[in-house]
Design a protein around this ligand. Structure first.
Ligand SMILES: NC(=O)c1ccc[n+]([C@@H]2O[C@H](COP(=O)([O-])OP(=O)(O)OC[C@H]3O[C@@H](n4cnc5c(N)ncnc54)[C@H](OP(=O)(O)O)[C@@H]3O)[C@@H](O)[C@H]2O)c1
Length: 270
């Protein structure tokens, strides 16, 4: 691979993918709407004139979907076609463990990548451990001492974005293309109550989890458009039903080292 275009390069996974490529000596072109540093190039999903220059000379793309776009295929398909035309051989798509090929909207993207790209991988991470830090609602809950979800006692195979990025880097630069979907989780599936107990134990800051019904969660998420809040609440309800109660050995198998567990993540990141 001579150069990888990293879409979402300033974000949670993209910044880590860019760093991982750098550690491997692979050249990365960092896509952002507001380039300001060497190696960055302007790329905006909503401005097609930025697509060709961003793709020029790249032979692989790390692709995160347009954020918050319920129907992303009309934006992503032309970019994929242009990428293939301009010589991109490999595309690694960040999807989600909660997205299947049948999921309305986002479910179209894995199908497009498999159909249009000769070399590809679809990453299907579970929920990010990193949601417990930064600006995510769960992180706000941690800081307030109470995480509120509609997940009940359901468990999640929380995974560190560093581990997702490590799998992505292998999928981008391994000589043999993966040409598969990767379900990516941490080593254990835990409930939000167990996560809160671990945070309390490790940081000495009391944090609890309160399970509410989906309508209450929606009404608490007034910062989001109601339809988006409803989607997030529905994902919580699926977790309550056991949809994310699973672990995979993908990180170990693909990168050759174990995935970080939640306790270790909290110890170094919170
Ligand atoms: N959080 C979770 O638990 C979880 C679990 C599974 C899957 N996922 C998936 O992860 C994806 C998000 O990935 P992430 O967390 O790595 O991203 P992120 O941290 O949310 O970063 C979003 C990136 O998108 C860029 N961006 C925003 N609008 C753009 C536009 N119009 N054109 C081009 N770039 C734009 C931003 O860059 P600039 O501002 O620099 O332009 C930023 O780098 C979502 O698709 C989500 O479904 C998340």
């Amino acid at each position: 691979m001579s150069e990888v275009l990293v879409i979402g390069a300033t974000g949670t996974t993209g910044s880590r993918v860019a760093a991982g490529l750098g550690r491997c000596g692979a050249a990365a072109r960092l896509a952002t709407r507001t380039p300001s540093a060497p190696g960055e190039i302007r790329f905006d999903w909503t401005d097609a004139s930025t697509h060709r220059p961003a793709l020029k000379g790249a032979d692989a793309v790390y692709l995160i979907p347009p954020i918050g776009e319920a129907e992303p295929a009309p934006l992503v398909e032309p970019l994929l076609r242009e990428a293939v035309e301009s010589g991109v051989r490999r595309v690694v798509l960040l999807s989600s463990s909660a997205v299947t090929d049948e999921t309305p909207g986002l479910g179209a993207l894995p199908r497009l990548v498999r159909a249009l790209c000769s070399e590809w991988a679809v990453l299907r991470p579970s929920w990010f451990m990193n949601n417990f830090t930064g600006d995510h609602p769960v992180a706000h809950g941690v800081r307030a001492g109470e995480i509120v979800t509609a997940t009940g006692t359901g468990r999640v195979g929380f995974v560190d974005a560093e581990d997702i990025a490590a799998v992505a880097v292998c999928a981008l630069i391994d000589e043999v293309p993966h040409n598969t979907d990767h379900l990516i989780t941490g080593p254990h599936a835990i409930s939000y109550s167990e996560a809160a107990a671990i945070i309390t134990d490790v940081t000495d800051r009391p944090v609890t989890h309160r399970a509410v019904e989906a309508p209450e969660l929606v009404s608490r998420m007034s910062a989001y458009p109601p339809e988006f809040a409803a989607i997030l609440a529905a994902l919580d309800v699926a977790i309550a039903g056991g949809a994310e109660d699973r672990v995979s050995d993908t990180v170990d198998r693909v990168t050759g080292r174990p995935a970080r567990d939640f306790r270790a993540f909290v110890g170094s990141e919170l």
